[in-house]
Design a binder for this molecule. Structure first.
Ligand SMILES: Nc1ncnc2c1ncn2[C@@H]1O[C@H](COP(=O)(O)OP(=O)(O)OP(=O)(O)O)[C@@H](O)[C@H]1O
Ligand SMILES: [Mg+2]
Length: 266
């Protein structure tokens, strides 16, 4: 535990890892314990499945292109309601229930995540999908006694909202905070090779090769881009871990072998 004392650990909590009550509770317990022993956890959450469900209920189009949700103004409203309103406050509530003090906000608060429109690769317009153009960590610093819980919504130059992929948001925030570690919780055992076997350690060079061989697809692509951004900006280590395991965060940080896939800047 001394290894991480007073260090920052950014944790991307994937929408897919929030699948049941027990898991959510064990995640909150882990985070609260980190804070209690003097580590600074910063949570960035997703919410893809929950947004999808709501769009379906409302009969609004739910379409992905290039791994990103095509975001009309109408969709953006739902994205923000679910992320900043529902999921964000749910996580704050869980942390509170397990004895911690959390404060929830989105990247639209305090200029945390400045964003601009993501340029699509030509064929189609992604709408209000954004990329992070700058990160201002003052709000996170201002609430240092609390556990920050961050929804991945960015703010444009006119104050408008942008839908930012949570993995990319987590990568940028970890980079700006010069975090000790970036943990990406997801719904698979880690990065899987072409035979579907978990890889325990991998370099960015290996990852690039796997991407070219189409072994990495879908939701794993932005995750590794977030990891890439973080490692290239001085974050010491990044791990993709299985959020379906109880206490996966503690298992990764405090066991020698760790779990999931460690990604090295090489
Ligand atoms: N090489 C690979 N190894 C592991 N998973 C992969 C690989 N290539 C693609 N994937 C896919 O990436 C998915 C994880 O990303 P996904 O975006 O679905 O979840 P998440 O990011 O944890 O949740 P959310 O997007 O809701 O925050 C896996 O479920 C798997 O289907
Ligand atoms: Mg994802």
């Amino acid at each position: 535990m001394q290894k991480y004392y007073s260090k920052t650990v950014v944790i991307k909590y994937g929408g897919h890892a929030m699948s049941n009550e027990q898991l959510k509770y064990s995640f909150a317990q882990d985070v609260v314990m980190l804070k209690q022993v003097g580590i600074n956890p910063v949570i960035v959450h997703g919410g893809g499945p929950q947004i999808g469900e709501m769009l379906e209920q409302l009969g609004i189009e739910n379409r992905f292109e290039q791994g990103m949700r095509v975001t009309s103004p109408e969709t953006m409203d739902i994205v923000e309601m679910i992320l900043s309103g529902k999921i964000n406050k749910e996580i704050v509530g869980l942390i509170s229930r397990t004895g911690g003090r959390a404060v929830g906000f989105s990247g639209r608060d305090g200029h945390l995540l400045s964003a601009k429109k993501m340029q699509s690769d030509g064929s189609s317009d992604l709408g209000q999908v954004g990329v992070v153009s700058a990160v201002d960590i003052s709000l996170i610093k201002a609430v240092a006694d609390f556990i920050p819980v961050i929804a991945p919504v960015g703010i444009g130059s006119d104050g408008e909202a942008y839908n930012i992929n949570a993995d990319l948001a987590a990568g940028s925030i970890a980079a700006a905070l010069k975090a000790e570690k970036l943990l990406m919780l997801t719904d698979v055992a880690g990065l899987l090779d072409k035979n579907g076997e978990r890889i325990s350690s991998v370099t960015l060079t290996d990852v690039e090769k796997m991407r070219k061989e189409n072994v990495i697809t879908g939701g794993m692509l932005p995750k590794l881009k977030g990891v890439f951004d973080a490692l290239k900006s001085g974050v010491a280590k990044a791990h993709i871990i299985d959020g379906r395991l109880m206490h996966s965060v503690l298992l990764e940080l405090f066991t020698v072998e760790g779990i999931g896939t460690e990604i090295l800047n090489a």
